[in-house]
Design a protein around this ligand. Structure first.
Ligand SMILES: [Zn+2]
Length: 253
């Protein structure tokens, strides 16, 4: 009995005062309110910070990208082999060639280039048995923006054989996002030839080739609008119009 009374007393003593009970509930509710306000505030701060971070990354990132892109385009425009602005990739040996090229007096370079072109006209073979020009060298408009086409496009069915145009060594044979599967052959006198968008490469880097050797098959890999061979000729890192060197066939179909 003693214990029971004791228990009853404690039980009642805590809740007999109604004012205290109301105060207690109120203080709990106030705490709850202020806590949820604090949580909302924290969430707001985090959201604002995230938006600020996203905006600054976009602004700074964009500026850095375009600054680097513009600088690169201005300095190495003539020496970089690209089909589109997206393919702003440096080719180290090519960059070096263009630096020595720039070091020579202008007229000397022109004379040297002219004599090399004359030699090429006599010795260079066709990269395809039948050469049908589908896009010429130089300025052209693609999807509304002007760009310099660094080679010529020769229309051909997928799987058509591609031949080395002169003796030389395969110095690049790989895949690129813009060129697709492509090959670069380095010849004498600072001359290079490039064969892009191939469906299959038949030679590897380091392979010595002879004029007329089968090196690849026509395709539409990389940024290509259809099955064709994109063919470039470079003299000391500078693109020249391949149509002035190799024979272009009349379309007979
Ligand atoms: Zn092309």
């Amino acid at each position: 009995m003693d214990h029971y009374e004791e228990w009853e007393n404690t039980e009642t003593s805590e809740f007999t005062d109604e004012d205290n009970e109301a105060e207690y509930i109120q203080s709990i509710e106030e705490k709850r309110k202020s806590r949820s306000l604090l949580l909302i505030f924290i969430q707001l701060v985090i959201t604002v910070l995230m938006i600020l971070t996203a905006v600054s990354v976009k602004l700074i990132g964009g500026t850095v990208h375009s600054t680097v892109g513009t600088w690169f385009y201005e300095h190495y425009n003539n020496s970089v082999w690209i089909d589109t602005a997206e393919g702003l990739l440096p080719f180290q040996d090519n960059v070096k060639l263009s630096e020595t090229d720039n070091a020579l007096p202008e007229n000397e370079t022109d004379e040297q280039e002219e004599s090399i072109i004359n030699k090429l006209k006599k010795t260079m073979k066709k990269p395809l048995t039948k050469t049908v020009l589908t896009s010429a060298f130089g300025e052209r408009e693609l999807e509304g923006s002007k760009e310099k086409h660094k080679g010529i496009d020769l229309g051909a069915e997928e799987g058509t054989q591609i031949f080395a145009v002169m003796d030389g060594e395969v110095t690049i044979a790989k895949e690129d996002s813009s060129y697709g599967n492509y090959i670069v052959i380095t010849h004498d006198n600072g001359v290079k030839t490039l064969y892009a968008h191939c469906s299959k490469l038949l030679v590897k880097k380091g392979k010595k080739v002879k004029a007329g050797d089968k090196i690849a098959l026509v395709g539409s890999t990389g940024q290509a609008y259809g099955s064709h061979l994109h063919f470039e000729i470079l003299i000391n890192g500078k693109n020249i119009d391949p149509a002035t060197v190799i024979k272009i066939d009349e379309e007979t179909d």
